[in-house]
Design a protein around this ligand. Structure first.
Ligand code: ADP
Ligand code: NA
Length: 353
């Protein structure tokens, strides 16, 4: 069959937390390790997406570097994968423009992401009479899904690993590509211009906040103790887990509805050490007589052990003069650009520019 191309992106938001790691990055490493040799894997640090909301330029530059170091530290191998910053391949912006000429305002208006970023209700419309909404909604944020479509379509991507929250955007990408192919694929050609990508839904469960287990762990939570970063020291991990919210029921049991805090801790432990039990339920049962304090200590030790190598590799990469990092960034960008330019030659030719 057709060769697989796997593409995914992550925003440069600094050092990832355990939700990012267990929900996305670890999945990418697994795909890398299990891919057949002729599969192409691309992982992009999507900085053009990041600027759809206000960013501090100095901070953004640092976050880009930290994300690159993190992707390498978790085990993505630059010999096996193409790891690059979106803005270093100009074709992303070019294809986005071309696709945006065929993207419907109505469809984009029904997408939920711009509404949630602006804290608007899910039935909000971009043409709402409220002037404050109209001024807050920038063109870039509104057309974000078109850039996302360009990201994926530039590389003839066949599979996109995403979280559930992104499935809607991928469907939009597919429809844009189908519409584009319909308009522009030459009659003589049997191959469509753009490859229609498929979704690879991440099987991972959501990691919940340590301080409020009803919410997911997130970098935007104002409480730093709500999340563990993949570079946290053993001491930081222990301290954060010590203050994790649990409940006053005695002993350990697994019930995500009734005992979200305790179950989240059991899940964390299970994620990092799947050889000790067949399921989180079984793991909880094995620990049923532990006090909350003992459970937290065990989870902290397991997490510390699970991210120790990542932390060390990260510190190596971020220490010194960053020469190694810069080298990987340049190499990734030129490999990505080569594929992207191939696609753009076909696209430009087909539309007559
Ligand atoms: P955040 O919620 O911290 O802003 P992002 O939205 O930037 O994180 O997500 C980056 C990736 O990490 C996405 O693939 C997302 O699905 C995944 N992810 C983020 N938070 C979690 C979580 N708490 N549990 C599982 N996966 C998560
Ligand atoms: Na988010």
């Amino acid at each position: 069959g057709k060769k697989q191309v796997i593409f995914s992106g992550i925003q440069p938001t600094g050092v990832p937390h355990l939700g990012n790691y267990l929900g996305a990055l670890r999945q990418w490493v697994k795909l890398q390790d299990e891919a057949s040799p002729d599969t192409t894997l691309l992982f992009s640090i999507v900085d053009l997406h990041a600027i759809t909301i206000k960013q501090n330029p100095t901070q953004l530059a640092l976050w880009r570097k930290e994300m690159l170091a993190s992707l390498l530290a978790v085990g993505l191998d630059p010999k096996r994968c193409i790891i690059f910053a979106q803005s270093s391949v100009k074709q992303h912006a070019e294809l986005m423009w071309i696709l945006s000429c065929g993207a419907s305002m109505g469809y984009l208006g029904r997408m939920t992401q711009w509404k949630s970023k602006l804290s608007l209700p899910s039935n909000a419309s971009p043409l709402d009479p409220s002037p404050s909404n109209k001024d807050a909604l920038k063109l870039g944020l509104f057309s974000y899904p078109v850039l996302q479509a360009a990201d994926v379509l530039l590389y003839n991507t066949t599979h996109v690993p995403v979280g559930e929250d992104q499935a809607q955007h991928l469907e939009f990408s597919r429809e844009l590509a189908i519409g584009f192919n319909h308009l522009y694929t030459p009659k003589s050609s049997s191959d469509p211009l753009l490859t229609i990508p498929q979704t690879l839904l991440s099987p991972a469960k959501r990691v919940m906040s340590l301080t409020d287990p009803a919410k997911k762990m997130s970098k935007s939570d104002p409480k730093p103790k709500s999340r563990i970063l993949i570079t946290d020291s053993g001491e930081e991990i222990h301290n954060k887990l010590k203050t994790a919210l649990t409940d006053s029921i005695e002993g350990v049991s697994y019930d995500r509805e009734m005992r979200p805090g305790v179950s989240n801790l059991v899940d964390l432990m299970f994620h990092f050490n799947q050889s000790v039990a067949a399921s989180p339920e079984e793991l909880a049962n094995d620990m049923r007589d532990l006090s909350m304090r003992a459970l937290k200590e065990r989870v902290a030790d397991t997490v510390d052990d699970g991210i120790k190598d990542i932390r060390e590799r990260y510190e190596e990469l971020m220490g010194g003069n960053h020469k190694e990092l810069v080298g990987y960034a340049e190499d990734g960008a030129s490999r990505a650009e080569e594929i992207a330019e191939e696609t753009m030659k076909r696209v430009r030719g087909a539309i007559g520019i």
